[in-house]
Structure formats: structure tokens, C-alpha cells
Design a protein around this ligand. Structure first.
Ligand code: MN
Length: 320
């Protein structure tokens, strides 16, 4: 079945030093192999798409990008250059490629303006954010302008894993847990929960958050979030809906990097058939495994069609 994928990464030359900072999180051999695949916008990437019936991919810079740059002016300039670089690649093959903006969140006003430029002028569909920036998460009021712009532009924000500013003691002596095995999911799920419990989606009810990795385990937890929110020590905090309702209204998840049936059925059951979208996480995951998984998962055909391409077409207003 034809597929659209939306957690598919690339690398531009000036961002390699930032990408290298993640070498503590993944095995060094994988690192250089990934670089070659990330840099390719031609035969290699298209062959992996063609072999697996992936008609269109939304490309995003492999993190953390300029979000770890200490100099704000440099971050702003490079983000802009990186978006122009991606736009040029997309122009060469716009049938197959779309893009997520990369933003310098050190300057929230510039980040909002750059999102608008990317969507309006470059044809991008939203932005991908690699976790916190200088310790700030997207529930911080400094980002209300960004959310306001994203909501007005119908541009979803994809929160992709990144490292926190500190390394919590619970990971001491366990380097394997620091990264994709575990800590990235904890960090990213927590980021999403900050947005929900801050009331961000009461303020921006039409904003859309995208989470990868089958929702970073959150679809499994919705009932408990509602139940324990009721008795939590929440001070003056109020939400107009139950926490789970925001997930069903403002959050969509992708299947990136999770190729097993139980979490897929959990995500579909918890969030609804309109809120789960196929993705690979190329080149860090294998397109053939991800494709075979979704082609053979025990789903009714109409649901499979939505997950494979229908939901992405609706979310990004893509023509079939
Ligand atoms: Mn990824």
C-alpha cells in the first residue's frame, strides 16, 4: 500500500558538528554510516522509498541542530540557511519531498517568523523541534507567539527527542539507557505532558503536536493521567478538558521506530484511527521493516489506508 512518511531525516554540511554531539547516544559505527545516508537526496533515498511503496516523505534535519548553539545570532542565521538548503532539495523533487522547518528557539520571535517564512514562502508543512533549548520547553510563555503562528498557519509542531540540559542521576552507570533505548522517550513524553498540563491547548485549541515512536508510550497511559490528575497537588492549575481529551484533539503520533502490533493497536484505540501516521525514521530505522510491519499489521483495510497515507494527506493538505 502507498505510504507517506514524516520522520525522515537529512543532514546539511554546516550542521554536522551539532549532529556529532549525539555520538554519546548512539554507537560510533552507526554514526558515520548514518551521515552518508542522511546527506543523500537522490538515488539511495529514492530507492529505499520506491522499494517500499513510499510515495512522499517530509524531510527534517537530524537533531539537535542549532538548538544547542550557544550564540543566538549564529543559531538564527544557520537555521535560515538550513531551511533554504532543504527548500532547494525539495524544489528538485517536490513530488517526493516535503519539509519541516528547523528553528532557532533561542530567539522565540525569530523562530515564529522563520516558521511563517518556511510555510508561506518555502512550502514547508510545519516544524520539527528537537526537545528543549537552553533548558526551555515549548510550554514556556516565551513560545506563545510561536504556537499562535503555528496554529494560524495550520502548521503542526513535531517534537523529536533531544537530550535534557542535565543528566539525571537515575542514568548513572547505564550509558545504554541514555539515548534511544530509554531516556529520549522519557524526555519527549515529559515534554508533551508539560504542554498538555500547562493548558497550552486551551490557549491554542487548534494547534497540532506530532509525537514519534508511537506516541513515546503516552497512549498507554491516558486513563491513568486522567485519574491521577484528579487527585494531584495541582495548585491553581485548571484545564477545561480531561488530559486524555487533548491527546484526542491536539496530538497525532507516528509509527517511527516502533514496529510491533500491540503498541500500534494501543495508539489507534487510545487516540483514534485518524491520529496515527506511518513513518520510518530513516535512516536510523529500516524502511523495509517499517513497511512490512504496517502492510501486515492486523488492521481493517480502511484503517491501514488512513495510517499509511490518508491521515498524512489530511493533516498536511496533500493531494493524493
Ligand atoms: Mn528520528
Amino acid at each position: 500500500m502507498r505510504k507517506i512518511a514524516l520522520e525522515e531525516h537529512f543532514m546539511a554540511p554546516s550542521f554536522i558538528p551539532y549532529f556529532r554531539s549525539t555520538s554519546a547516544n548512539i554507537s560510533p559505527d552507526l554514526f558515520d554510516k548514518a551521515l552518508d545516508a542522511l546527506a543523500d537526496f537522490g538515488e539511495r533515498r529514492l530507492a529505499a522509498m520506491d522499494a517500499n511503496d513510499i510515495s512522499h516523505v517530509i524531510l527534517s534535519l537530524a537533531g539537535p541542530g542549532v538548538q544547542i548553539e550557544k550564540d543566538t545570532a549564529t543559531a538564527v542565521r544557520l537555521a535560515r540557511e538550513g531551511n533554504d538548503y532543504l527548500a532547494e532539495q525539495i524544489r528538485r523533487n517536490s513530488k517526493r519531498y516535503g519539509g519541516f522547518a528547523h528553528l532557532a528557539l533561542q530567539d522565540p520571535t525569530e523562530a515564529a517568523a522563520e516558521l511563517e517564512r518556511c510555510v508561506r514562502d518555502l512550502g514547508f508543512v510545519g516544524a520539527m523541534i528537537n526537545g528543549q533549548t537552553n533548558g526551555a520547553y515549548l510550554d514556556d510563555p516565551r513560545y506563545f507567539g510561536l504556537w499562535e503562528r503555528a496554529e494560524a498557519l495550520n502548521a503542526p509542531i513535531y517534537i523529536h527527542p533531544g537530550n535534557p540540559t542535565d543528566k539525571p542521576a537515575m542514568y548513572a552507570g547505564h550509558p545504554e539507557l541514555w539515548g534511544p533505548v530509554w531516556s529520549w522517550g522519557v524526555e519527549t513524553a515529559n515534554h508533551a505532558l508539560r504542554l498538555v498540563f500547562s493548558g497550552l491547548f486551551d490557549r491554542f485549541p487548534k494547534a497540532t503536536l506530532i509525537l514519534g515512536h508511537m506516541g513515546e508510550a503516552l497512549p498507554f497511559q491516558l486513563w491513568r493521567l486522567d485519574s491521577r490528575w484528579e487527585i494531584s497537588n495541582r495548585g491553581a492549575k485548571r484545564l477545561s478538558l480531561a488530559p486524555s481529551d487533548y491527546f484526542k484533539r491536539n496530538v497525532v503520533v507516528t509509527t517511527s521506530g516502533v514496529c510491533s502490533t500491540e503498541p500500534l493497536l494501543c495508539a489507534l484505540g487510545s487516540l483514534g484511527k485518524d491520529r496515527v501516521l506511518f513513518s520510518v525514521d530513516y535512516p536510523f530505522e529500516r524502511s523495509d521493516i517499517a513497511s512490512k510491519f504496517i502492510e501486515t499489521a492486523p488492521l481493517p483495510d480502511d484503517v491501514r489506508r488512513l495510517v499509511c497515507h490518508g491521515n498524512a494527506e489530511a493533516l498536511f493538505r496533500l493531494r493524493p
